[in-house]
Design a protein around this ligand. Structure first.
Ligand code: ZN
Length: 390
């Protein structure tokens, strides 16, 4: 069976039947990709994990509720969890590579999913190694969970990046040629360039691509840029800062609506050669498998930070993001599986996590774990939402 598949792949490549007209992929890349797929399929078959209930909390080792709640959310990201528990990264990167943080993180996950009856897990070692890796986090009493997540994913990624630093991007196109490409080709090329440098399980799961279109109001010139994101930070509509109710859709609409930029705030127009009044619009060009939505409750003014306590209602099943993608996106559906909550004020607050398991939803409040019904998930404390593509 497997040999038959390999032969079929080889035949497909030789006969060029997979190459669409105008596609700029070489035979060797295609071959590597297909063989890679086969290898992945082989490895997936090996999966045979014996998991515990996952209903184990994390001790607070000194204002670490931000860390505990995010680790629980990541621990319920099944593909990532299984990858860590099987230490698959050892097969993907050189054995000389230092994977200290990844090892410590995987250790915590393996304790959280042990089949032994267990008390709360002590994340001290992981916490210490993380702080050594991100000194910025030392000595802060209240940490932002979202900021922690960004640093953590970034550091884990750099430890398990499958490309080596010596790998210089190969396919650079002269700007004049690039500018003539169709938008979707530009997006594809930028994505390919990104993967030549950054390629890991973290990228596989969390990375998406955002398109930013800028239009000069004075000459009408349009330019686009493509950026990779690991989460989307959504604004909460104003006027609802002190209570009130908005929907996730309201936040997404505000995020993706055309924004007017005054000339002193706008980038330089390529055609006019100066800063002009412009409009800017964000579109999701490429959707990630795991979508992290940050409800940006904290807004900083010149002298203080305030927190919005608006209740943002969000769908648990079948969130459709098609409207925020490119025209040909169609329906793009996601299901919720974890929430990081923040309660309290800017200065004194506490983080908890709600995570979905086979037996329903559970609340992780540091070392305490308790069941929670689906109807209790929505509150004015929801801060970071974790969705998985259907
Ligand atoms: Zn212009």
């Amino acid at each position: 069976m497997e040999r038959g598949l390999r032969a079929r792949c080889a035949a497909l490549i030789t006969h060029n039947t997979l190459q669409q007209e105008g596609a700029d992929i070489s035979q060797s890349i295609l071959y590597t990709a297909l063989m890679g797929l086969l290898l992945v399929a082989d490895k997936e078959k090996e999966v045979n994990l014996t998991l515990g209930s996952g209903q184990i909390g994390l001790c607070n080792v000194g204002n670490t509720c931000f860390l505990n709640s995010m680790v629980q959310c990541l621990s319920h990201t099944r593909t990532l969890r299984d990858y860590c528990l099987q230490k698959k990264y050892h097969q993907e990167v050189s054995s000389r590579r230092k994977t200290e943080l990844m090892d410590a993180f995987s250790e915590v996950l393996s304790d959280l999913w042990t089949t032994d009856m267990s008390t709360a897990v002590h994340p001290g070692n992981f916490n210490t190694i993380f702080k050594e890796s991100v000194p910025h986090f030392i000595g802060y009493s209240q940490q932002d969970a979202q900021e922690f997540l960004r640093f953590l994913l970034d550091r884990l990624h750099s430890e398990i990046n499958r490309t080596s630093p010596q790998n210089q991007p190969i396919s650079d196109l002269p700007e004049s040629k690039y500018n003539k490409l169709r938008e979707d080709k530009k997006a594809m090329l930028m994505w390919k360039h990104y993967l030549e440098r950054e390629d890991s399980k973290i990228v596989d799961l969390f990375a998406g691509q955002l398109k930013s279109s800028l239009r000069c109001s004075s000459c009408g010139h349009e330019s686009t840029t493509f950026d990779v994101f690991y989460d989307l930070s959504l604004p909460i509509p104003k006027g609802n800062v002190s209570g009130g109710r908005v929907s996730l859709k309201d936040c997404l609409t505000l995020f993706s609506q055309v924004e007017e930029l005054k000339s002193d705030n706008a980038p330089m127009c390529d055609r006019c050669g100066k800063h002009t009044d412009s409009t800017k619009k964000l579109t999701i060009q490429r959707f990630p498998k795991i979508l992290v939505l940050h409800l940006n409750r904290f807004s900083a003014s010149r002298f203080s930070i305030s927190k919005s306590t608006a209740t943002v209602s969000f769908p648990i099943h079948h969130l459709d993001l098609g409207d925020y993608g490119t025209e040909c996106a169609g329906k793009v559906l996601y299901n919720l599986y974890a929430i990081c909550n923040h309660c309290g004020t800017v200065h004194i607050g506490h983080y908890t996590a709600y995570c979905q398991q086979e037996r329903g939803w559970f609340c992780y409040n540091d070392s305490r774990v308790s069941p929670i019904s689906e109807s209790q998930l929505q509150s004015n404390q929801a801060y970071v939402l974790f969705y998985e593509m259907e």
